[in-house]
Design a protein around this ligand. Structure first.
Ligand SMILES: NC(=O)c1ccc[n+]([C@@H]2O[C@H](COP(=O)([O-])OP(=O)(O)OC[C@H]3O[C@@H](n4cnc5c(N)ncnc54)[C@H](OP(=O)(O)O)[C@@H]3O)[C@@H](O)[C@H]2O)c1
Length: 331
C-alpha cells in the first residue's frame, strides 16, 4: 500500500498522459491518412478492351495501380526500367488480378533515347492508348547529378521524361477517342519554384531535397499547359498528390532517414491506400471532361503552387522543354 502511491503517480503522471495523447493523435492521423471520400469498391468502371500504360509499375503505388487496372480488364503495359524487377512484378500482378493481358516494356525515364525507343515500340504494339499513368519518380538524388545526356537526374525522371513520353504518345491517346493522362505529383510541389535552368543542373539555389519539390511543381505546371493544348481532343490530363505513402521512395536517402520513415510508417498510408487518389483520376466517371487540375490526396481539386498558375511561366517552361527534348525537330 505504501508503495502504491508513488507507483501510481509514476504510471499516471503527466508523461504517461502525454504519451497517451500522442498515441491517440497518431491514431487519428493514421485513420485520416487512410480515409478517402471516394470508394474504389463502389466504382463500376470496366476497362475491358482498354489499353493502360503505367510507368514505375514494378513497385509501390505503380504496382497497386497496375493491379487494379488489370483486375478491371485493361491490357496494362508495365513500363519499368529494370527487366528483372519488371518481370517479377508482372508475375505477381498476373497472379493477384487473374489477368493475362499484361505486357512488360523497358524504359528509363531519365534517358531521352530510352523514352524514344520505348515509345516507338509501344506505338507498334498499341496504336491506341486509353490511360497513361506517369507514376515513376525518384527522390533523394543529390542535386546536380547529371545523366549522360546532360540532364539533372531528378528533373529528367520526374518531369522531362513524363513530358517527352506523353508528347510522343499524344497521337495514340487522341486515336483512343477518349483518354486520360494521370501525372503523379506530390504535396511537395508547394515548396518548389520554377527555373528552367534546373533541367540541366544549373539554375537558382536549391535547399535540401528541393530538387524533388521543384521537379514535381514542373510536372504539375506541365499538366495545366498540356490540358490547355489538348482541349477538344477527348484527352484529359490531371495531376494528383498520393499523400505520404510508405514505399521504396526513400531508397536514395541515408539509413537514418529510411529508419525515421519506417518509424513513422504507422501513421502514413500503405501503397494500397496511396494508389486510391491515382486510381480516382484514372477511373472515376465524375471526372469525365475534367482537365488541367491538381488533386489533393483526398481527391479534391486544389490550387497548385503560384508559379504553376502563371500562364507566362508555364508556357515558357513548355517551350524550353520542347527545345531540350528536340520535340520541335520531329517530323
Ligand atoms: N511515397 C510517397 O510518400 C509519395 C508522396 C508523394 C508523391 N509520390 C510519388 O509517387 C510516385 C510513385 O512512388 P512510390 O512512392 O510508389 O515509390 P517507389 O516504390 O520507389 O516507386 C517508384 C517507381 O519509379 C520507378 N523509377 C524510378 N526511376 C525511374 C526511371 N529513371 N525510369 C523508370 N522508372 C523509374 C522505380 O523503378 P525501380 O524500382 O527500378 O527503381 C519504381 O518502380 C512517384 O512519382 C513519387 O514521387 C510518392
Amino acid at each position: 500500500m505504501l508503495l502504491w502511491a508513488p507507483l501510481s503517480t509514476l504510471v499516471w503522471g503527466p508523461s504517461t498522459v502525454f504519451l497517451i495523447l500522442i498515441l491517440l493523435l497518431g491514431l487519428c492521423v493514421r485513420i485520416w491518412q487512410r480515409s478517402h471520400p471516394w470508394d474504389l469498391q463502389h466504382c463500376s468502371t470496366d476497362l475491358t478492351g482498354k489499353i493502360a500504360v503505367v510507368t514505375g509499375a514494378n513497385s509501390g503505388i505503380g504496382k497497386v495501380v497496375s493491379q487494379e487496372l488489370a483486375r478491371r480488364g485493361a491490357r496494362v503495359i508495365l513500363a519499368c526500367r529494370n527487366r528483372e524487377r519488371g518481370q517479377q512484378a508482372l508475375a505477381e500482378i498476373q497472379e493477384t488480378s487473374s489477368s493475362n493481358h499484361l505486357l512488360l516494356g523497358e524504359v528509363d525515364l531519365s534517358s531521352l533515347a530510352s523514352i524514344r525507343s520505348f515509345a516507338q515500340w509501344l506505338l507498334q504494339e498499341e496504336p491506341k492508348i486509353h490511360l497513361l499513368v506517369n507514376n515513376a519518380g525518384v527522390c533523394g538524388i543529390p542535386q546536380k547529378t547529371l545523366t549522360p545526356e546532360g540532364l539533372d537526374v531528378t528533373f529528367a525522371t520526374n518531369y522531362v521524361g513524363p513530358f517527352l513520353l506523353t508528347n510522343l504518345l499524344r497521337g495514340a491517346l487522341q486515336r483512343a477517342g477518349s483518354a486520360r493522362v494521370v501525372n503523379v505529383s506530390s504535396f511537395r510541389q508547394a515548396c518548389g519554384y520554377i527555373d528552367e535552368e534546373h533541367l540541366t543542373g544549373a539554375g537558382g539555389p536549391l535547399a535540401w531535397n528541393q530538387n524533388y519539390d521543384c521537379s514535381k511543381l514542373l510536372l504539375t505546371s506541365f499538366t495545366g499547359e498540356l490540358a490547355r493544348r489538348l482541349q477538344g481532343t477527348g484527352v484529359t490530363v490531371n495531376s494528383v498528390d498520393p499523400g505520404v505513402v510508405y514505399t521504396n521512395i526513400m531508397r536514395n536517402f541515408s539509413w537514418v532517414y529510411r529508419f525515421l520513415f519506417w518509424l513513422v510508417s504507422f501513421f502514413t498510408k500503405d501503397p494500397k491506400h496511396g494508389a486510391i487518389p491515382v486510381l480516382y483520376l484514372g477511373l472515376a466517371q465524375e471526372l469525365d471532361g475534367i482537365s488541367g487540375k491538381y488533386f489533393s490526396n483526398s481527391c479534391v481539386i486544389t490550387l497548385p503552387a503560384k508559379p504553376a498558375q502563371d500562364p507566362r511561366v508555364v508556357q515558357s517552361l513548355w517551350n524550353a522543354t520542347v527545345r531540350l527534348t528536340n520535340l520541335d525537330k520531329m517530323d
